[in-house]
Design a protein around this ligand. Structure first.
Ligand code: PAF
Length: 279
């Protein structure tokens, strides 16, 4: 039976029993509006850990734009039903006051890896992510935390934060789950019009072709320019960035001996889509 818990006090009571029984806890932090990508994380956690918690919390601290926060899709009942099918033990759904009570003044800020790309486009975003993930790990006493590779920079930020703060959590990065046309699954995809949805798969095909061309010897700059042109040609409103970066530090990298990643963010239909692939 999947339990729904809304307060830290109730959560701690349950976790105390699990820890006493020597059961490790896998945690899947989410903001709800769950899709197959989230469920794949929950399944991975189930395969590794006797106890699995999914958290659903639309974290106001990581939204720069109040409109974006207001428009973020919310579907608690459907989310809980989906998590039940996967056999998640507990869904933690706190209110904002439970996470950020009166007097809350502490921020976790990760330097370096959180600064470029998403960090530059969305100032304060990763402070919000790092703060809430640290809190959720503490509240749930997570042994393992599961994150999607779709948010590659977020995954690197969380890895860095866990190392730097000596948190006793193993961070697991799981493969991006894609629609048939390659579009990375995301809670924001429901905001695309049918016309936008028909074009959205081009983000993945354009960066895939760019990565193939680089591996075949084309210059990084030319491959990136061609990928951006493909997006504009199909009707993307704005390409925020397409960049080839060191996969771990997210710094510019022209060293093919290091693992590298092509990362992109672009607007289609008023929806901001991001994706990334190894190069
Ligand atoms: O990836 C997300 O959904 C969020 O950034 C996370 C990790 C749940 C923190 O709010």
């Amino acid at each position: 039976m999947t339990q729904i818990i809304r307060t830290v006090a109730d959560l701690r009571l349950i976790i105390r029993g699990w820890k006493k029984a020597g059961e490790s806890i896998g945690v899947v932090p989410t903001m709800g509006a769950l899709h197959e990508g989230h469920l794949s994380l929950a399944r991975a956690a189930k395969a590794d850990c006797p106890r699995v918690i999914t958290t659903i919390f639309v974290n106001p601290m990581q939204f720069g734009n109040p409109e974006d926060l207001k428009k973020y899709p919310r579907s608690e009942a459907a989310d809980v039903a989906l998590l039940t099918t996967v056999g998640v033990d507990l869904v933690f759904i706190p209110q904002p006051e439970e996470v950020y009570p009166d007097g809350f003044v502490t921020t976790v800020s990760v330097g370096g890896v959180s600064e470029p790309l998403e960090g530059r486009m969305r100032p304060g975003h990763f402070d919000g992510v790092a703060t809430v993930v640290t809190k959720l790990f503490g509240m749930t006493e997570a042994d393992r935390g599961y994150f999607g590779q779709k948010d590659w920079q977020q995954l690197q930020v969380v890895q860095r934060l866990v190392r730097d703060l000596n948190l006793p959590v193993t961070v697991v990065g799981c493969e991006t789950i894609r629609e048939a046309d390659g579009l990375a699954m995301s809670s924001r995809n429901v905001r695309l019009t049918s016309d936008g949805r028909a074009k959205a798969g081009v983000l993945f095909s354009a960066i895939t072709a760019g990565a193939d061309d680089i591996r075949a010897g084309q210059s990084d700059r030319m491959a990136i320019r061609e990928a951006a042109e493909k997006l504009r040609a199909v009707g993307f409103d704005r390409v925020e960035y397409i960049e080839l970066r060191d996969a771990e530090t997210l710094m510019p990298s022209d060293d093919p001996r290091r693992p590298r990643r092509m990362l992109a963010a672009a607007w289609l239909d008023g929806v901001r889509l991001i994706d990334n692939i190894p190069v």
